[in-house]
Design a protein around this ligand. Sequence first.
Ligand SMILES: *[C@@H]1O[C@H](CO)[C@@H](O)[C@H](O)[C@H]1NC(C)=O
Ligand SMILES: *[C@@H]1O[C@H](CO)[C@@H](O)[C@H](O)[C@H]1NC(C)=O
Length: 258
Amino acid sequence: MYLAWLISLIFVLPCHSLFILLPLYLYPGTSASAWSNVTATIAANPTVQWQVIVNPNSGPGTYPPDANYIAALSKLNSYRNVVTLGYVATNYGRIPYATLTSQIDLYARWATYTQANIAVDGVFFDEVNNTAASAVYTYYRRAAAYVTTKIPSDVTPVVFNPGASTPAQLFDYADTVVQFENPFSAYQDGATIGTFQPGFNDQTAIIVHSTPSTADLKSLVRTMVQQGIQAVYFGVDCCYNVFSGQLLSALASAVLAG
Ligand SMILES: *[C@@H]1O[C@H](CO)[C@@H](O)[C@H](O)[C@H]1NC(C)=O
Ligand SMILES: *[C@@H]1O[C@H](CO)[C@@H](O)[C@H](O)[C@H]1NC(C)=O
């Protein structure tokens, strides 16, 4: 009897929990006002884990970021359930490697800023090339390794965003790979997950934009949890300029419900 209960408990408990990967590219405004729905939802859901991508200027911009950015980022860093990632574009491997390293150096420098905690924990590489080619592998392997040596964090997450099915090799270099970034109208629940590189759901993030208010996030997130997906985001608009408190709360509730 007790054993049966124990076994059922083991199968009911998720082996890992889905986190929310949030593209917060939007400028925070004064008093972090444009980020208020995000920070309110983070504060209201302390047991949900968030990885938040910040992006001052298609990359780190100039050092240090401006006063509004410093205030907003240090507020974000004050939540224990938040990990922050700096945005770095790669243009499918066409951005010179030296440009990547100079941007990573700038993000790393944020950790030396003493008046506020504006450190980022890791890096989100955007526009990742998902062609199975050795030149591609070398470029992204070196970029990811550079992050790990330069960013002084306990975890140093590295995220790649090809936004589509990705060769197995690239999963060796990143903690997380975004294998879907498309509008809600293109998201097909389990059928979409079935198009991903097999065997890597536990390193896979799904980013869905243009989500209608009628979307059944609970059901869609449940499928992701059952399929062992690592991270998720549902955004209301096409381009991550709008952060609806209502949709963020629904997403956090769906993740909590599992
Ligand atoms: C991706 O990499 C391959 C191999 O290096 C290259 O031929 C292709 O042009 C790249 N894709 C884009 C969109 O740049
Ligand atoms: C916060 O979300 C609500 C919808 O829940 C929306 O009406 C409002 O404009 C949002 N505010 C900001 C600052 O994004």
